[in-house]
Design a protein around this ligand. Structure first.
Ligand code: BTN
Length: 247
């Protein structure tokens, strides 16, 4: 069934993304090498944030993918493929109301259950390797100061088997990653856009200077920017550093 992964299971490491990056420098890890840790001592999130995850309750892992001909311009296909793979699995496990919060947070209702950190190693105009880090909150039930975070258990009341979940995720990730070789961002975007959190709903955002504004999420550009409709039918594209959705 699918592709064989090289699975490295660690008790603890700073960050599985960092572990794979170091491995890339020192050795020559195979395509689809996967590093999974019971505990991360320095888990990292997008834009320099910290990723907290209680030991042994959740999934924190990273996948190495090598590419021959993925152009930097098309790198958003990775965000699409990975968020849709996680989406597929959560749907399969009957997690309610799963949506993708651009660019690649996975939500159930208005709570974030999964964060994704994709770090690409560029070779000129191409993506040489991609380190795909996934933090999925599974059986943790306490999220003290993180009022927007939740877990599969908190939402469904069920306990999940971490190994089974990991296997399913790796299978879907493989399928979705293989599929992008033959597809462009433009072909994949409509499927991704359908799953967007707060699409076409009046929403409040803050811009890079912290100023609030109102708008509607309408679509995502082929370079992966979020297209928001402001008043008077003005459409504006934002990248991750320029906009944050308040919800
Ligand atoms: C985010 O939502 O900000 C992204 C969070 C990504 C967390 C995962 S956990 C496994 C991998 N290793 C890390 O240090 N981060 C990612």
């Amino acid at each position: 069934m699918g592709k064989h992964f090289q699975l490295l299971k660690l008790d603890a490491t700073d960050s599985t993304n960092q572990y794979l990056k170091d491995l890339l420098r020192s050795e020559n890890p195979l395509d689809y090498t996967v590093v999974v840790a019971e505990k991360q001592l320095n888990g990292r999130g997008q834009m320099g944030t910290v990723w907290y995850s209680e030991s042994s309750k959740n999934l924190t892992f990273s996948v190495l993918r090598r590419f021959d001909a993925l152009s930097v311009k098309h790198q958003f296909v990775l965000n699409i493929a990975i968020s849709m793979a996680v989406y597929d699995v959560l749907e399969e496990f009957l997690v309610p109301n799963v949506k993708i919060k651009w660019p690649n947070d996975i939500m159930s209702g208005s709570k974030k259950v999964c964060g994704i950190l994709i770090e690409n190693v560029l070779k000129g105009e191409r993506v040489g390797q991609s380190i795909i880090g996934i933090g999925l909150n599974v059986n943790q039930t306490d999220f003290e100061n993180l009022d927007k975070a939740s877990s599969l258990k908190r939402i469904t009341g069920r306990n999940f088997d971490l190994d089974e979940l990991l296997q399913k995720l790796l299978e879907r990730i493989w399928l979705r990653l293989e599929a992008i070789e033959s597809k462009t961002v433009t072909q994949l975007l409509p499927f991704y856009e359908k799953l967007l959190f707060r699409k076409d709903k009046p929403s409040t955002f803050t811009d890079g200077d912290g100023e609030m504004f109102m708008g509607y999420i309408r679509r995502v550009s082929s370079s992966g920017k979020l297209v928001i409709e402001l008043e008077d039918r003005i459409f504006k594209e934002f990248d991750l550093k320029q906009v944050s959705l308040l919800y």
